[in-house]
Design a protein around this ligand. Structure first.
Ligand code: TMP
Length: 256
């Protein structure tokens, strides 16, 4: 069991939603029966505390109830190698990591994740809901840490790293609000020690991340959907369902 609780969509083997933590996405009978069409690849982005993880879980349950094969996963940490990289990247007391090394570790996580999990699932016909992807690297390592965006993009030009999401949901929230939410969630000291490195960055850092995300969304309006992340989980869920019902008609009836 990794560092997330049982209610997380990433907890292995705990619910009806297929998770990237299962040994083999191809082995799931729902994926095999859907083969013949490629799955739809949706990524979720946003600053800490924007509610991505909760919303991915809710969406996955609804899609599954509507008969759609779904796999939920995340970066960093969606593959066995990625879980080890996640521990190195996010622990509060981790070894010193320079900005270039940090970038390359996130990219290594992504390469393995695409190879092991995302591409096989899409090819088998499963939709993939991924908590963070390339845009997180552009926002955090690019806009917030100051690494050249063209350099980051250049690293993502060849297989397996040239995959782009079909749609990206950006959960937008004021950084002060988001950080307060994230800190409340991580009140448990063990969670903070294991994953709290980015929460220690100052507010300005998180503002740069948010502005970066908004700039990326503005540059690609066809792919991005910006969702206000304030309000109850139910309210945000309804907004997301509304913005995805063109692709997943089963979300139509459930929109409240
Ligand atoms: P999470 O808390 O949403 O699981 O994200 C883990 C942290 O990793 C979060 O603070 C953002 C950071 N991150 C990057 O800095 N670059 C990346 O490419 C990714 C995927 C995550």
């Amino acid at each position: 069991m990794d560092d997330l609780d049982e209610s997380s969509p990433f907890a292995s083997g705990t619910g009806p939603v297929e998770s990237a933590y299962s040994p083999s996405p191809q082995a799931d009978p729902r994926l095999i029966s859907a083969a013949g069409r490629r799955g739809f690849f949706v990524t979720f982005e946003g600053i800490e505390g924007s509610g991505k993880t909760t919303q991915i879980g809710r969406l996955a349950e609804r899609l599954l109830a509507g008969g759609e094969p779904v796999l939920t996963t995340r970066e960093p940490g969606g593959s066995p190698l990625g879980r080890q990289l996640r521990a190195i990247l996010l622990a509060e007391d981790t070894v010193p990591i320079g900005t270039t090394a940090e970038l390359l570790l996130y990219v290594a996580d992504r390469a393995q994740h695409l190879h092991d999990v995302i591409e096989p699932a899409l090819a088998a016909g499963s939709h993939v809901l991924c908590d963070r992807f390339l845009e997180a690297t552009l926002a955090y390592q690019g806009y917030a840490r100051g690494i050249d965006l063209d350099f980051i993009r250049a690293l993502h030009r060849r297989p397996p790293l040239d995959r782009r999401p079909d749609r990206t949901i950006l959960l937008d929230i004021d950084p002060e609000l988001g950080l307060a939410r994230a800190r409340r969630r991580n009140e448990d000291l063990a969670v903070r020690a294991a994953e709290g490195r980015f929460e220690q960055e100052d507010l300005d850092f998180h503002r740069r991340v948010r502005d970066g995300y908004l700039a990326l969304a503005e540059a690609e309006p066809f792919r991005f959907r910006i969702v206000a992340a304030e309000g109850t989980a139910e309210e945000v869920e309804a907004r997301i369902a509304d913005l995805l019902s063109d692709v997943f008609p089963c979300l139509d009836d459930a929109v409240s």
